[in-house]
Design a protein around this ligand. Structure first.
Ligand code: AP5
Ligand code: MG
Length: 216
């Protein structure tokens, strides 16, 4: 059974590739960003706190993330983790969780993207609040079939509040400060595969298929 981490800077294409991988390999997509955004539907103190953190581009605390993840992982076996772990503490807690369940992590896919390329991708992004699929109104390959409507669940697409230049800059800074070190952490475990994410969506996915099919 495949258990995969997608490790990458903001807007590198984690959500996009996660959906393609899950569809082809019949896995569950677990995005901690989407889980947090789901929490925002309740208007309690907890969600107000999370909203403020996400809209500033900072990280939500490790304990909250772990709790959300544990709940989600109950009764799920093969999956793609998108946006988790983001700190060494999260990676260590996840290792402990796997050990407890007597399971192993099979692949870490590091989507390597240039900051300038990522910044451009943010501009036209549209997201489906229901299924988490992402589109881009400015990139032909990633446009929805019908303007502003999700191809799969027909929901109205929206722009994320944290998709503006200022917050994006902060998300990149936080990634470089707290998350980038995980590349070496997983490289040392021998399960990290680097994918060039500067190319078209389908070309990125071709590289991922080669890794997951064991050709690399
Ligand atoms: P999260 O939702 O995870 O956001 P992120 O990491 O900033 O990543 P994005 O979702 O912006 O980008 P992506 O890599 O998924 O790219 P996408 O496929 O959409 O987290 C949001 C916030 O939640 C965080 O800032 C933090 O506050 C909190 N949080 C979440 N997890 C946490 C954790 N574990 N710990 C603590 N806090 C946490 O693609 C982007 C665009 O580009 C799309 O429009 C797409 O169509 C297009 N595109 C994708 N690939 C290509 C390609 N190859 N060519 C051309 N266009 C492409
Ligand atoms: Mg995403």
């Amino acid at each position: 059974m495949k258990r995969i981490i997608l490790l990458a800077a903001p807007a590198a294409g984690k959500g996009t590739q996660a959906k393609l991988i899950c569809d082809k390999y019949n896995l569950e997509h677990i995005s901690t960003g989407d889980l947090l955004r789901d929490c925002l539907r309740n208007e309690d103190n907890f969600s107000l706190k999370i909203k403020e953190i996400m809209e500033s581009g900072k990280l939500v605390d490790d304990a909250t993330i772990l709790e959300l993840l544990k709940r989600k992982l109950n009764n799920i076996d093969g999956y793609v983790l998108d946006g988790f772990p983001r700190t060494l503490a999260q990676a260590l807690s996840y290792d402990a969780l796997l050990k407890e369940k007597n399971e192993n992590l099979t692949h870490v896919l590091y989507l390597n993207v240039d900051e300038e390329v990522a910044k451009k991708r943010i501009v036209g992004r549209l997201s489906c609040g229901k299924c988490g699929r992402v589109y881009n109104e400015l990139i032909e390959e990633n446009k929805p079939k019908v303007l502003n409507v999700c191809d799969v669940c027909l929901e109205q697409l929206t722009k994320r509040k944290d998709d503006n230049e200022e917050v994006f800059k902060e998300r990149l800074r936080v990634y470089n400060e707290s998350t980038k070190d995980l590349i070496d952490y997983y490289k040392n475990k021998g399960i990290l595969h680097e994918i060039d994410s500067n190319v078209d969506t389908s070309m990125v996915f071709n590289q991922i298929e080669k890794v997951l099919d064991g050709d690399i």
